[in-house]
Design a protein around this ligand. Structure first.
Ligand SMILES: NC(=O)c1ccc[n+]([C@@H]2O[C@H](COP(=O)([O-])OP(=O)(O)OC[C@H]3O[C@@H](n4cnc5c(N)ncnc54)[C@H](OP(=O)(O)O)[C@@H]3O)[C@@H](O)[C@H]2O)c1
Length: 294
């Protein structure tokens, strides 16, 4: 049995992961800005503070904390918050782990497929491909570098570059699955790499249970859906009307500003590396959506 501290464990992934880890016999502590339960501990990134009780007997840390990337328009202030909530938070955890001389068995950090940039190309990106040069790739590079510093303490680091997480509760699917009808965005030809939340949480737990699973992994399925093919399968699964006209790019750009790029652009991401060690429960979108929505 391990004891795992999850930063940002109150969110979409963290809640599901917490119950999975507990059902696998592990103990879980949570780092949150608003502790409410007995296993939740407070931290304040701006004040460089963490309640040290959070670290008692901890064997692994999972770093999920981060201001929602698609939650608000990307003003300069919001962009900084997106970076700081991932990078300064990881730096702060690092300082405490060093100060408390914790002998961790692993640090597992979320990252995003945004590492390869928000752009549409013919490339199927693999883990050792170079990052892009836009805002979202900058976030992922800094986030991953902050995680990698734990290697200097001889702590194995696992980085999970995650695609859009499909879940019953909230997240992207709740936003896309509109009440009346569905429509493709922009050209609709941009790719939309996705993963079922059960598979993502299984990969996180495997990272705890299998020490060999350190390094960087793309966490998406190998079924490459474009925005339009995804939307068609979603409409068919839910019996909703597929609106025949795409939402023009300029409309999304006007409403969302620069953030619209993550909806309007996307390349394929290879799942070959993760598939070599993990058997996906939901490799197909149709079955994943049926599980989540029916
Ligand atoms: N969901 C996806 O589709 C997806 C895809 C790729 C990558 N990821 C990454 O995976 C991680 C977990 O995703 P998720 O969907 O579970 O995210 P989420 O639901 O937004 O939860 C993230 C947690 O981070 C904490 N947080 C938010 N803003 C913060 C801030 N300014 N400073 C410190 N903590 C803050 C919150 O915890 P408290 O309010 O309790 O402090 C929140 O519960 C995130 O880093 C996300 O970027 C998610």
């Amino acid at each position: 049995m391990s004891k795992i501290l999850i930063s940002g464990g109150t969110g979409l992934v963290g809640k599901k992961l917490q119950s999975l880890l507990k059902s696998n016999g592990h103990e879980v502590n949570i780092l949150t800005r608003n502790p409410k339960k007995s296993n939740e501990f407070s931290w304040n990134i701006k004040e460089s503070f963490i309640d040290e009780n959070a670290f008692t007997n901890v064997t692994h840390i999972i770093h999920l904390a981060g201001a929602g990337i698609a939650d608000k328009r990307w003003t300069e202030k919001r962009k900084q918050e997106i970076i700081d909530s991932r990078v300064l938070s990881a730096n702060l955890i690092f300082q405490y782990v060093k100060k408390l001389k914790l002998k961790l068995h692993g640090l597992i950090s979320a990252s995003g497929i945004g590492y390869y940039g928000a752009h549409t190309s013919d490339i199927i990106f693999k883990e050792n491909d170079a990052p892009y040069n836009d805002f979202i790739s900058k976030v992922c590079i800094e986030w991953e570098n902050a995680a990698k510093q734990f290697e200097a303490l001889n702590i194995p680091v696992t980085i999970l570059r995650t695609g859009v997480v499909l879940s019953k509760k909230g997240g992207a699917l709740a936003k896309i699955n509109t009440p009346l009808f569905l429509s493709a965005l922009g050209s609709g030809s941009q790719y939309f790499p996705w993963i079922h939340i059960d598979d993502l949480c299984n990969i996180y737990t495997d990272s705890i249970d299998n020490p060999k699973l350190s390094g960087i992994y793309n966490c998406v399925t190998n079924e490459h859906q474009s925005n339009i093919s995804f939307t068609k399968i979603l409409a068919k699964t839910t019996g909703k009307f597929l609106f025949p006209l795409n939402v023009p790019s300029f409309v999304l750009k006007t409403i969302l500003g620069e953030l619209s790029i993550i909806l309007l652009e996307g390349s394929r991401i290879s799942a070959n590396k993760i598939e070599s060690i993990y058997n996906f429960k939901f490799p197909n979108l149709k079955e994943a959506l049926e599980d989540l929505l029916k």
